[in-house]
Design a protein around this ligand. Structure first.
Ligand code: OFO
Length: 168
């Protein structure tokens, strides 16, 4: 059974995951409009993953005697100047989500809710992987500066990275 405090914190996290999903959807749409096939595929898939993260929380809250609230989510940023800017914004967003997960973990530990604490470990690991993924893509842009690689090469690399993620 969730305490009211933890139920609220989990509901806040549901909103964050929904926002992350919408935000990647907006980035996918922006990339699609620019003909960037790799980044389009990457962000559509990322948006789907964030929706799965949201659903896991919704189901956990409901299965734990709480009520998952589905609320309005603020509009995501939808205009960018460059592809690199989308990945910088994405990494910033992932860092904010990681911080929120860490606060949730701390809250469940302090309240001795070890079931939720255990449930959240999956998110801790996921955030670690996602931050690393976005950093590795931003590294490509740093390389491009030095070697003069074109945007299309970076986009192909992003397609390969996404395919590797899907292949596990
Ligand atoms: Fe939900 O995994 Fe990142 O944000």
């Amino acid at each position: 059974m969730l305490t009211k405090k933890i139920e609220k914190a989990l509901n806040d996290q549901i909103v964050l995951e929904a926002y992350a999903s919408n935000s990647y959807l907006a980035m996918a749409s922006w990339c699609e409009g620019k003909g960037l096939r790799g980044a389009t595929k990457f962000y559509y898939a990322q948006s789907d993953e964030e929706r799965v993260h949201m659903l896991k929380l919704v189901k956990y809250v409901n299965a734990s005697g709480g009520s998952a609230n589905i609320t309005a989510v603020k509009s995501p940023e939808s205009s960018y100047k460059t592809l690199q800017e989308t990945f910088e914004a994405a990494l910033k967003q992932e860092k904010a989500v990681s911080q929120s997960i860490n606060q949730l973990v701390e809250l469940t530990f302090n309240d001795k809710d070890y079931t939720t604490h255990n449930f959240l470990q999956w998110y801790v690991q996921e955030q670690h992987e996602e931050e690393a993924l976005f950093r590795s893509i931003l590294d490509l842009f740093a390389l491009a500066d030095k070697d003069g690689k074109s945007l299309i090469i970076i986009d192909n690399e992003i397609m390969k990275i996404r395919n590797e993620v899907e292949a596990g």
